[in-house]
Write a new protein. Sequence first.
Length: 237
Amino acid sequence: MSVRDRAIALVRRAGAPVGSVMRVRTDEPVVVATFDDGPSFRTSTVLSALADAGATATFFVLLSRTRRDPGLLDDILGGGHELALHGPDHRRLTTLPPDALAGRMRDARAELEDLAGRPIHWFRPPYGAQSLRSWRAVKAAGMEPVLWGPTLADWRDAPHDERLRLALSAERGAIILGHDGHADAVDGVDDGPAPAVDHATLLPEVVAGYAARGLRLTSLGAAAANGRLVREARFRS
């Protein structure tokens, strides 16, 4: 048994479920909409499209962004959406000093809670990169690590039809990955030029596609309230 497998076994014996939230098992006709890397100038477009559709979502925000424009948090919350943490910035947790992870997660959660005026429950590691140590740091800070299933592919250049096809591949309870921002030097990384994305067209088509199957978009918290979180142990650098 590897060191990683032994560590996971120890955590399991301690009674804690090992793994990140991947989907929700639910009888409700919902899929979970999530947006990363904001808030940014794209957030208003995303919020408008969701409002027109009567849909809600969970926004995994970066503190490096919220510090610059905290008023966008009010717009997100005012639209009935849920806030979650994506990190103080967009650096991979697996590249950071291991001894600093616990304090980093606690401080980041506390700062976002102060800005939002409400508890923060969910955390998504940038790039989905996490080690067992960073996963434990997130849990110790009182948050649930969350990954995803299908994606809008709005973090990269892609044809509109491909984005729509990928987005509509989700089944009931799936967690869909979208973006209302694009990480750059402000966030401690260089992810290259931001892709061109027409959320004002894409999101209504996504909503309509799910509605045709009797499904609607909702936030992770709302889905979890009427279902059961499904976790998987996924660790990668």
